[in-house]
Design a protein around this ligand. Structure first.
Ligand SMILES: *Cc1c(COP(=O)(O)O)cnc(C)c1O
Length: 495
């Protein structure tokens, strides 16, 4: 029997995995969640001997039950191939007293590649299964990393177009250069005069606009989402936590009975929710440590049970975490209401009308696996410098936020349990912040000079993804105001 997916805002709305992947967001504005989290069926011993691709299959086959074995394996083989610059796909490296799960070895050197290299394949396969004949228009808001990873994934994919909105002044120079140089006639990139939350809200409004949907349908288009609200992004991310566990055991770092904590630098709450799913599947994860930057809505939420986005939006050196509305948290909220769609809908309505909601003490108790904290800009820079000097290991600012929060957790708890830190971006993506954190004398240098300096200093070769964009031509120059987003989309589609 197929595992079905229900909307967090209407449990009557049930779809198959492929339908959920195809549509992204549920029509009622909710997110699709699996009716239950399946348990892994493979033994620990077997897991230890599996490749990344085999592990991914073991995880994904339990969630995407309406895909055949051949279809799913095909998607996996096409996604996790030589686009990644290491055979293991996600190596685990020890530095200091933590283990860094390097999720940035894909084509755009951030962890978004883990999900976005497979999503286009899952989506095309889902379209075939559901006899969807319309051209898929991927609409994406990005705080910097999703955009490029989605563009790279969908560029040149027949039967799709992709439109990416990014905050014009809210991404790193390298991130921007990566996006505006994107090749592919089916790709469109737009800078908006606003922040990421505004871009994301604009995109969500287009998704739930019935008039726009009708206009699109008449012209043979349908929207879908590459944001982490799509279940086709969340589930592939569960795999690397299973793989990390297996690698740690195989390397003799962890005994099979031993559990480990994970620290995740968090923005939209997708990555850490994937860790939670991995735990529910049977991977022995202890604490789920949620690291925020100065936009510390989640830290406040875990402490007080009050989610409140009414605050100043701060631009930090970890832009992919500059988020006040963490979309995927809704999936967890739905869970801790006891899967009560009505209750969840009320909370989410409060969030959109008042900008805040308060959970009950009973709901808060359900969050005991989580620990939240945050790191300020100075601490983050100090961590990058210290880790470089002590370990010769260069962290990107997002991972450095996580490393700071791990330090805080250890200091508070005296807990020495082995801990895996999700390392979400290559330092090459944020060379300016990274290099000036190590030594302020780098300040005067140009971005691509800093790339060469980083290579000298770290001994890690400049990744292909950076070499590629150095001299590439800028192809995308459109900018717009937030309220113009729907018109820009229609313009691109010729409607
Ligand atoms: C997207 C991103 C994050 C945040 O991940 P979420 O799944 O949105 O919580 C953290 N670090 C980097 C480098 C990212 O690109």
């Amino acid at each position: 029997m197929d595992l079905l997916y229900t909307s967090t805002r209407n449990s009557q709305n049930k779809v198959t995995a492929s339908q959920a992947i195809l549509t992204g967001l549920a029509p009622d504005g909710g997110l699709y969640v699996p009716e239950r989290i399946p348990k892994l069926t493979v033994s620990k011993e077997a897991l230890m001997n599996m490749t990344y691709q085999e592990t991914a299959y073991e995880v994904m086959k339990l969630f995407f039950t309406d895909f055949t074995e051949a279809e799913l394996k095909n998607c996996i083989q096409n996604a996790y191939d030589s686009k990644f610059d290491v055979k293991e796909i996600v190596p685990v490296k020890k530095a200091g007293d933590a283990y860094y799960l390097e999720l940035f070895h894909g084509p755009t050197i951030a962890f978004k590649d883990m999900a976005l290299s497979i999503l286009p394949h899952l989506m095309i396969c889902s379209a075939k299964k559901n006899q969807a004949e319309k051209e898929i228009v991927i609409l994406t808001a990005t705080s910097g990393d999703t955009g490029k990873a989605a563009l790279a994934g969908f560029a040149h994919v027949a039967g799709t177009k992709i439109i990416v909105f990014y905050p014009k002044d809210g991404v790193s120079p390298i991130q921007k250069q990566q996006m505006v140089t994107q090749q592919g006639e089916n790709t469109f990139v737009v800078g908006i005069e606003g922040n990421f939350d505004q871009a994301q809200t604009g995109v969500k409004q287009m998704f739930s606009d019935p008039v726009l949907a009708r206009e699109l349908a008449e012209r043979g288009f349908q929207f879908s989402s590459a944001n982490s609200i799509n279940i086709g992004r969340l589930i592939p991310q569960v795999a690397y936590y299973a793989y990390a566990y297996a690698r740690m055991m195989a390397q003799g770092e962890l005994s099979p009975e031993e559990s480990f904590h994970v620290v995740v630098p968090t923005g939209n709450f997708g990555n850490i929710l994937a860790a939670k799913y991995a735990k529910e599947m049977g991977i022995p994860i202890g604490k789920l440590i949620c690291a925020s930057n100065e936009n510390k809505v989640l830290y406040d939420f875990f402490r007080t049970g009050n989610y409140d986005k009414n605050r100043e939006f701060i631009l930090t050196s970890s832009p992919s975490m500059d988020i006040l509305v963490s979309s995927n948290l809704e999936r967890l909220i739905f869970e801790i209401t006891g899967r009560d769609d009505e209750k969840n809908r009320q909370l989410m309505e409060a969030l959109s009308s008042r900008g805040s909601y308060q959970i009950t003490p009973e709901m808060k108790e359900e969050l005991s696996d989580f620990y939240g904290n945050y790191a300020g800009e100075k601490e983050t820079a100090a961590m990058i410098k210290e880790m470089y000097h002590q370990e010769g290991y260069v962290l990107d600012p997002h991972t450095a936020v996580a490393a700071c929060v791990y330090e805080k957790y250890k200091r508070e708890s005296q807990d020495e349990t082995k801990t895996v830190i999700a390392s979400t971006a290559s330092p090459y993506k944020f060379t300016r912040s990274v290099m000036t954190a190590i030594d302020s004398s780098y300040e005067g240098m140009a971005d691509f000079e800093l790339v060469d300096e980083l290579e000298k200093l770290s001994g890690v070769r400049v990744p292909e993804g950076i070499e590629e964009i150095r001299r590439a031509e800028v192809r995308h120059k459109t900018t717009c105001k937030v309220e113009e987003m729907p018109d820009v989309v229609k313009g691109f589609l010729g409607i």
